[in-house]
Design a protein around this ligand. Structure first.
Ligand SMILES: Cc1cc2nc3c(=O)[nH]c(=O)nc-3n(C[C@H](O)[C@H](O)[C@H](O)COP(=O)(O)O)c2cc1C
Length: 402
C-alpha cells in the first residue's frame, strides 16, 4: 500500500485527509469520532467571540439540491449542492479549552492532529482565542477569513469580509503570527477577485499556509413557492465546485509556493488526489460527511492509497503539484501544440441516425455526404468537441499530418 504519511508546516499527519471545520467537528466526541474513523486530522468548528455566530449555529438550516436546483429527498447523488446557513462553534471558546486538550491527546495517540479554527470580532479576540488554542497543545491554527455569514451581520468585521481585503487580511495575520508560536493557516474566501493578492499579503504577513477555499455565498430559488430556499442567501458548495477550487490551488501553488490545504469540492479519493496534483498537501473534507456519515472517511483514505498503487506512485510527494507543473504557462504553448484532426471510424459511426458530431461542429469541418460523415480537413481545428459528443466511440483525434 502506498505511504500516505504527510508533513504540513512541519507537523506530521498519518494521512493528508482532515475533516474541515464543520458540524462533524463541533464537540470533543465528534472530533474523536473523526479520528477513530481514520482521518489524518480534524479542524474544530470555528471558535469565536461573536455571539450571533454561536446563535446562528443553533438556527442552522440546510437544503440539499440536485443538479436541477430542486430539493433532494433520499439518495444523494455526486452532483449535489449543499446550500446551508450555519454559524461557528455553538459554545464560547473558553468552554472548549479542556475539550481541545482531550481531543488533541486522543488524536496524537493515533498519529493524527487536531487543528484550531478561529473567527473573532476584534483584534484582541483573534489574539486571545489563538493563544488559547496554542495553550491547549494544538500544533496549527486556521484563521477563518472565508465564512460568508459574518459579512452579512451588520457591525461585524469578520469572515469573508477580511478575506476579501488584502490589507485587513495581512493586518490580522501579522497580529496573530506575532502572538503565537504555532503555524498560522489562513482559510481564504472564493467570494472575491483577488485571491493571489490576498494569499501574497498573508504570506508576507507571516502565514505558514493557506486553505483554498471556504465556500461561496449563493442564492437558491424554489420556483414552486417563488421564495429562496432556507429564507435567503447562504453558503453554497458541492463536488461540482471542485474545478474552481483547483484553479486557485494551482495558481497559488505555482506563483507563491506556500503550503496549501485544499477544501471545497472533495467527494471521494479521486478528488483528493486531484487536489494534491494541483499543489495541495493537506485535504479538507466536509459536507459530504454530513450526508454519508463519518465512517465514510475510511473509504476516502483507503481509496487514496488504492489510487496511488493503481497508477504506480509510491507516496504523496511523488504526485504533489504534478498537474500544476504540467499546466501551460502561456497561451503561446497552446498555439504551438501539435495540430490534430478528427478521424471518423465509418464502421462504428451511426450516421445518418446520429448526427451529434455534425451538430456540434461550429467550424464547418464535418458534414454528411452519401450516408457517411466526411471531414473537411482544412477546417478542422482539432478542438475535440465532436470526440466528446460522439456516443459511439467512432471519433479519434489523430496527428494532422497523418
Ligand atoms: C454546514 C456547514 C458549516 C460550516 N462551518 C464552518 C465553520 O464553522 N468554519 C469554517 O472554517 N468552515 C465552515 N464550513 C466550510 C467547510 O469547512 C468547508 O470549507 C466547505 O464546506 C467546503 O468543503 P466541502 O466541499 O468538503 O464541504 C462549513 C460548511 C458547511 C457546509
Amino acid at each position: 500500500m502506498a505511504n500516505l504519511e504527510t508533513e504540513f508546516c512541519g507537523v506530521k499527519f498519518r494521512n493528508p485527509l482532515v475533516v474541515s471545520s464543520i458540524e462533524p467537528t463541533n464537540s470533543v466526541d465528534k472530533l474523536k469520532r473523526c479520528i477513530d474513523a481514520g482521518a489524518g486530522g480534524a479542524i474544530v468548528k470555528t471558535l469565536t467571540d461573536i455571539p450571533d455566530m454561536h446563535k446562528l449555529s443553533k438556527h442552522s438550516k440546510y437544503a440539499i439540491l440536485n443538479n436541477k436546483g430542486r430539493l433532494i429527498r433520499g439518495v444523494i447523488p455526486r452532483s449535489f449542492s449543499f446550500y446551508a446557513r450555519s454559524g461557528y462553534s455553538s459554545d464560547p471558546y473558553e468552554e472548549w479549552i479542556p475539550h481541545l486538550k482531550e481531543a488533541q491527546a486522543h488524536a496524537e495517540g493515533s498519529g493524527a492532529q487536531i487543528i484550531g479554527s478561529v473567527g473573532a470580532k476584534s483584534m484582541e479576540g483573534w489574539r486571545d482565542i489563538c493563544r488559547a488554542v496554542e495553550d491547549c497543545g494544538i500544533k496549527l491554527v486556521e484563521l477563518n477569513f472565508g465564512c460568508p455569514h459574518p459579512a452579512m451581520m451588520p457591525g461585524v468585521r469578520g469572515g469573508s469580509m477580511i478575506g476579501q481585503d488584502p490589507e485587513m487580511a495581512a493586518e490580522v495575520t501579522a497580529w496573530v503570527a506575532d502572538a503565537v508560536d504555532i503555524p498560522v493557516i489562513i482559510k481564504m474566501t472564493p467570494d472575491q477577485s483577488r485571491p493571489i493578492e490576498v494569499a501574497r499579503a498573508v504570506k508576507d504577513a507571516g502565514a505558514s499556509a493557506v486553505t483554498l477555499t471556504n465556500r461561496y455565498t449563493g442564492f437558491a430559488v424554489d420556483i414552486e413557492t417563488g421564495k429562496p430556499y432556507i429564507g435567503g442567501p447562504a453558503g453554497v458548495g458541492g463536488p461540482w465546485i471542485k474545478p474552481l477550487s483547483l484553479r486557485w490551488v494551482h495558481e497559488i501553488h505555482s506563483k507563491l509556493g506556500i503550503p496549501i490545504a485544499g477544501s471545497n469540492g472533495i467527494f471521494d479519493a479521486r478528488d483528493a488526489i486531484e487536489f494534491i496534483m494541483s499543489g495541495a498537501t493537506l485535504m479538507q473534507i466536509g459536507s459530504v460527511l454530513m450526508l454519508k456519515g463519518i465512517e465514510y472517511l475510511s473509504e476516502v483514505v483507503d481509496g487514496m492509497s488504492t489510487l496511488l498503487d493503481e497508477y504506480g506512485y509510491p507516496d504523496l510527494p511523488s504526485i504533489h503539484g504534478l498537474a500544476s507543473r504540467q499546466a501551460a504557462t502561456s497561451y503561446q504553448a497552446h498555439f504551438e501544440a501539435k495540430p490534430v484532426r478528427a478521424a471518423i471510424d465509418q464502421e462504428k459511426c451511426k450516421f445518418p441516425k446520429c448526427e451529434n458530431c455534425i451538430r456540434s461542429c461550429f467550424h464547418e469541418a464535418l458534414s454528411g455526404d452519401n450516408g457517411t460523415v466526411v471531414t473537411l480537413e482544412e477546417n478542422c481545428l482539432g478542438c475535440e468537441l465532436c470526440y466528446s459528443v460522439c456516443p459511439h466511440n467512432a471519433i479519434e483525434m489523430v496527428d494532422k499530418a497523418a
